[in-house]
Design a protein around this ligand. Structure first.
Ligand SMILES: CC(=O)N[C@H]1[C@@H](OP(=O)(O)OP(=O)(O)OC[C@H]2O[C@@H](n3ccc(=O)[nH]c3=O)[C@H](O)[C@@H]2O)O[C@H](CO)[C@H](O)[C@@H]1O
Ligand SMILES: [Mn+2]
Length: 350
């Protein structure tokens, strides 16, 4: 009896020890187990993509190409000394000469991120679509998993364009908007709704562009990040007081004169699906509040976007190379013009 008591006490202590150790081990591993079985787009930090910090997420048997050979980064040498390459909140600003595309592409291929490129072609803007998409086919994230999403009120006209593209394209039917303002602002609502319905299942990243963009040079995986805005080519050297921000406090897009980092252009923004959902939802709701108060922000949805980026800082910023326009005078710090934006064979209004 005494012997049994001693044995059972030893047994119980031993079992408690084993169970305790196993529970501790499982708790310590739980977050990793969770992220392995469910890849949350929120957990794709741009920095990880740059530095390979999420390599441990990749199954060991996944084949990967041989590492590209490149010069070791020199800690004493900034890649560019003529421009700011890091914001004060530590987001990289992407300029030609600041990144090695091969390294970034290797990281991209390991993760096979799915990228959606969404564009609006409503009414006469359908005429711009062929040039836009065919240039994207040539220059936009070459070698990446890209799907095009075209928002249009006339799907048949889009289908009849005889597009020379191989990557998949989905047409999203949108209403016949009453005027230019409605069509431009309506994009926020469409992207928000489609994210709820579709994008959260189909994509990791969503890139939102204007149709009057023609790509002239490579736009690669260096653009990918959690929340990314692009610097307007006209205003990037201007003082904040001269930015065309919305200055009326009554508007939801209001930015006081002593606030503001940069002036971002509304024709190029991107991010993970969940960050773009938050952005478009916030902008859409602010546009609706303004509308209820009879207000139209100074530069349409771009004003709302700038207010959003002021209080929700982008994790990466694209230099004006990415939204350059031939109508802007050439600048020394623009080493490459990746696009020409704004060329239209018709007048803007309806
Ligand atoms: C000089 C100026 O004021 N520039 C502003 C204007 O640029 P843009 O003159 O570049 O605007 P835009 O005419 O390209 O319109 C924006 C985009 O909305 C789509 N669209 C628009 C109207 C329409 O009937 N059908 C249609 O599909 C189309 O994708 C187009 O590219 O508007 C932009 C909206 O991002 C920004 O606010 C710019 O700062
Ligand atoms: Mn445009």
């Amino acid at each position: 009896m005494k012997m049994f008591k001693v044995l059972s006490i030893t047994h119980v202590s031993f079992l408690t020890f084993i169970l305790g150790t196993m529970t501790g081990f499982l708790i310590s591993k739980w977050p990793e187990v969770g992220s392995l079985s469910w890849r949350n787009p929120e957990q794709i930090p741009s920095q990880d993509l740059l530095m390979g910090g999420n390599l441990h997420w990749v199954p060991a048997n996944r084949s990967s190409p041989l590492r590209t050979h490149y010069n070791k980064p020199d800690i004493a040498q900034a890649p560019r000394s003529d421009v700011m390459i890091l914001t004060p909140w530590l987001a990289p600003i992407i300029w030609e000469g600041t990144f090695n595309h091969d390294i970034l592409m290797e990281e991209y291929q390991r993760n096979s991120y799915r990228i959606g490129l969404i564009v609006s072609a409503v009414g006469k803007y359908i005429k711009l679509l062929k040039k836009f998409l065919e240039s994207a086919e040539r220059y936009f994230v070459k070698g990446g998993m890209v799907k095009y999403y075209v928002c249009t009120n006339r799907p048949d006209e889009v289908k009849a364009l005889n597009l020379d593209i191989k990557r998949p394209m989905k047409i999203i039917k949108v209403p016949e908007y009453s005027d230019w303002n409605q069509a431009v602002m309506g994009r926020m609502e469409v992207i928000k709704n489609q994210t709820e319905l579709l994008f959260h299942k189909e994509l990791d990243y969503l890139v939102c562009l204007d149709t009057d963009i023609v790509m002239l040079n490579h736009i690669g995986v260096e653009i990918l990040g959690e929340l990314v805005g692009a610097l307007h080519p006209v205003f990037y050297k201007w003082p904040r007081i001269k930015f065309p921000y919305e200055r009326r406090p009554v508007s939801q897009a209001f930015i006081p004169e002593d606030k503001g980092d940069f002036y971002y252009q509304g024709n190029f923004f991107l991010g993970t699906v969940s960050r773009i959902y938050q952005l478009t939802k916030a902008c859409y709701e602010d546009i609706m509040k303004d509308r209820a108060n009879g207000i139209h922000a100074r530069v349409d949805e771009e004003s709302h976007l700038n207010k959003y980026f002021l209080y929700n800082k982008p994790t990466k910023v694209l230099s004006p190379e990415y939204i350059w326009s031939d109508s802007v005078e050439s600048q020394k710090d623009i080493k490459i013009k990746r696009v020409n934006h704004g060329d239209k064979p018709f007048k803007k209004g309806t």
